[in-house]
Structures are given as C-alpha cells and as structure tokens.
Write a protein that binds this ligand. Structure first.
Ligand code: CA
Length: 218
C-alpha cells in the first residue's frame, strides 16, 4: 500500500507521523475521504506529501506540472506550498476522481493556482511543449505503462536544474523480485535502470511511500 512508507511497521510509521509531519486539516480530511474511496490507497502518504511541499519551497517553484491527479492529495499539498502567484498544470483522465480533488482545492483556497486538464496527459504535455511552457518541478504519478514517455516529455518541459519526481518506483517491492515480470513491473524496472545511467540528470531514489525518485535535470 502506497499510503504508508514501504518497510515501516505500523508503530514506527505512527511515530514518524507524530513527530515528523505537520499535516493541515484539509489534507487530513481528504485522506479520510480517500480511505473510503475505491483505490484510495493510490494517494501518496503524508510524509511523502510533506517532503514534496518542502521541495517546492526549497527550489522556490512557481510552475508545477502534475501528471496523475486522482483525488488531489499531491496537487493540494504542493499547491499549498506554492506562492499565491504560482501555478500548477494538473493532468488526469478521470472527471470523477478530479471532482473530489476540485472540492478540496476550493476548500483549501488554492483552486485559483491549479489548471486542471482532463485529457490523456501525453496530449497535454505535447500542447504545453508546443506552447513553449516550462516548469520548475514535475511530479509523475499516473499509468505506469506511459512512464517512459512522461519522463522524456518532462525532460523537455522542466527547466535546467528543475526537478522531476517519479512515484511508485519501488512498486510494492516487486521491482526487486526477478520472478515478477508483468508489463508494468518490467517497465518500471527498465525505467529505473535507464534513469540511473542517464547522463542528462542527477538522481536519488528515496524509500518514501512506495519509492520516489528525485531527479535534477542538468
Ligand atoms: Ca502513486
């Protein structure tokens, strides 16, 4: 389950959250909502969200690209960290899940920062590229089969020294198990190996949530 950091038992996870995370009430409410929602485990965990918010502030990001909104926890946590004139383009294909997201963005007072695009994300990314848009930070957390394409497009859309975050890179541990050879696991395993050797970037893979790679574009 990716709403908890892999490998931490419940006691240590609770401790970590009790002293390591300050989760605003609106994010707590969305997390409670997700607990009842089908596939609610797809949301990122609070410590990962807070790490992403910290990164947004550390690099003083003003333009963020999110690929895979779901019910909006990650977009909300990053939008709260953006300055008031910051902007996020948020891509998803589900009107149903993003209806929930929009409700919470409004409740949190950040809806004006978020430009939601309901369309296949590759189409949206190509539109952004054609329009000459650039971003300080991109978060990739959508359909795993398209991850390699999202990564290449993000390398074009994110500015030099900007950040690309890729979620679920440890894939419930399955990437490390050679007996697991299904399509999505294989794609993630191959992409992890490719990024490790990719001279266009610097990287660190973190065992937070379901594994997240932090990439700095050179
Ligand atoms: Ca995810």
């Amino acid at each position: 389950m990716s709403n908890k950091t892999l490998g931490l038992d419940d006691r240590l996870s609770s401790y970590l959250r009790s002293v390591g995370v300050r989760e605003p009430a609106v994010l707590q409410q969305l997390r409670s909502h997700n607990a009842e929602y089908p596939q609610g485990h797809m949301q990122i965990c609070p410590e990962q969200g807070q790490f992403m918010a910290m990164l947004v502030k550390l690099i003083a990001a003003k333009q963020i690209l999110e690929i895979g909104v779901f019910t909006g926890y990650s977009s909300l946590v990053m939008a709260l960290a953006l300055p008031d004139d910051g902007r996020m383009v948020a891509c998803d294909v589900s009107a149903e899940a993003t209806d929930i997201a929009q409700k919470y963005w409004q409740q949190a007072g950040v809806a004006h920062k978020i430009d939601l695009r309901i369309a296949p994300a590759v189409d949206t990314l190509q539109d952004l590229l054609a329009a000459g848009e650039t971003f300080d930070l991109a978060f990739i957390d959508a359909d795993k089969a398209t991850y390699p394409e999202y990564y290449e497009l993000c390398l074009k859309l994110v500015r030099s020294s900007g950040v690309i975050l890729i979620d679920n890179v440890l894939w419930y541990g399955q990437v490390a198990d050679p007996n697991v050879t299904d399509k999505r696991t294989s794609i993630l395993r191959d992409l992890n190996a490719k990024i490790h050797q990719d001279q266009r970037v610097e990287l660190v893979m973190l065992p937070i949530g379901d594994g997240m790679t932090v990439i700095r574009r050179l």
